[in-house]
Design a protein around this ligand. Structure first.
Ligand code: XIL
Length: 377
């Protein structure tokens, strides 16, 4: 048996065990549309956002603002299925401030207006990240003094958070600051400012919008290990120092070849620090073309990640990183991989969509997450 196959089978076993978390397992159900027969028309066609509302959970998607402007089917699904939206790119520093001091607010503003029209909350993504920085900053930063870079960073955070003040539910203040081995990422902010840039960023964001929930967001912290442990210790320290951090975002970019994480344990231990948690960028990629075994593993990835969130009361939102394979970031980022989303290339729902729908239908025993910000808006 190949190693790859062993990993897959291992991951399915984990998913099966996790099915016990919130009642019956839907991990292997992967029901096609017709499997909803017998459940009544309303249940079968119920949207993800309506089903999740029964337990106070927000279901979100990353939004491609170009597609939102040009593709009516994309708009309809975004409005009907989701109760939060995240700008996939439009709120990042590079797209927002391509020329120093000249902001391009329009795409992000249009998304915020769309969200308000559709009674959706907005996750702001993101304020500080080593990627997608403006070219002017990447060019100038190495020559800046620490004081100069600190001033530029503070201005960025203050300008952006102030612009959207009152309109953002959760901000990803700092994104991907850790390496997989648990050390801090050696980016320009760490090099010039030292680790204190992280606490400072949270303080500046809080000053600009005291009501926004402020999150640290990262990938590969779904699995217990060096990175998750390091982020855990770091946010524990931030809390102890009185830094205004409200939550931790688990990106949850899963891949069938790496098995499934012990996500519920990780969500719960961060929640036990007095933080909210969220799954912020869920997708489950696989090698193409998709085999039936891989598809089962994808179904399990969606099911287990949603069930983990449902089981933890402080898990206030579950966001997919785009809903349609037609617009997914995966094929251009991971060679030979794709099919990571819950709708296909033609924006038709895939088995993964029905897995989420079924898990939400079965989730009436999950703790209700009212009173911790989940119901705002
Ligand atoms: C990705 C977008 O999906 C792409 O369109 C863009 O080209 C690169 O960034 N982690 C994050 C997201 O926090 O911002 C990334 O989004 C995916 C990985």
């Amino acid at each position: 048996m190949s190693l790859r196959r062993k990993i897959l089978i291992g991951s399915l076993g984990v998913a099966s065990a996790c099915g016990l978390l919130v009642g019956q397992s839907a991990a292997f159900a992967a029901p096609p549309p017709q499997a909803a027969h017998g459940q009544g028309h309303d249940q079968a066609s119920a949207s993800l956002r309506d089903l999740a509302a029964h337990v106070g959970l927000r279901i979100g998607t990353a939004v491609n603002t170009d597609a939102l402007a040009s593709d009516p089917a994309y708009r309809t699904i975004t409005a009907n299925q989701f109760s939060t939206v995240t700008a996939e790119n439009a709120m990042k520093w590079g797209p927002l401030e391509p020329t120093q001091g000249v902001y391009n607010w329009a795409p992000a503003d249009q998304l915020v207006a769309f969200a308000q029209q559709n009674h959706q909350l907005v996750r702001g993504h993101n304020l500080v990240w080593h990627n997608q920085l403006p070219a002017w900053l990447t060019e100038q930063a190495p020559q800046m003094t620490p004081d100069q870079l600190r001033a530029v960073l503070k201005k960025h955070i203050t300008d952006v958070v102030s612009h959207f003040k009152g309109e953002i539910w959760q901000w990803d203040v700092v994104n991907e600051a850790f390496n997989d081995d648990g050390t801090l990422r050696d980016d320009i902010f760490l090099q010039k400012l030292g680790p204190s840039y992280i606490a400072d960023s949270f303080r500046w964001a809080h000053e600009a919008d005291p009501k926004a929930q402020l999150f640290y967001n990262d990938y590969n912290i779904e699995f217990t290990g060096a990175k998750s442990n390091a982020v855990y210790a770091f946010v524990q320290q931030l809390k102890a120092q009185g830094v205004p951090i409200d939550g931790v975002g688990f990106q949850t970019h899963l891949d069938t070849q790496y098995g499934l994480p012990d996500l519920q344990n990780n969500l719960q231990r961060f929640a036990d620090l007095g933080l909210n948690v969220a799954e912020t960028e869920v997708d489950v990629r696989t090698t193409l073309p998709v085999t039936s075994v891989e598809q089962s593993a994808q179904d399990a990835g969606y099911s287990q990640s949603l069930q983990a969130c449902l089981a933890v009361r402080q898990c206030i939102s579950y966001t997919v990183w785009g809903f349609g394979d037609a617009y997914s970031w995966v094929p251009s980022t991971f060679q030979g991989e794709g099919a990571a989303d819950i709708y296909d290339e033609n924006l038709q729902p895939k088995p993964q969509y029905f897995v989420l729908q079924q898990d939400l239908q079965l989730a009436s025993g999950a703790p209700h997450r009212s009173g911790i910000g989940a119901g705002r808006g």
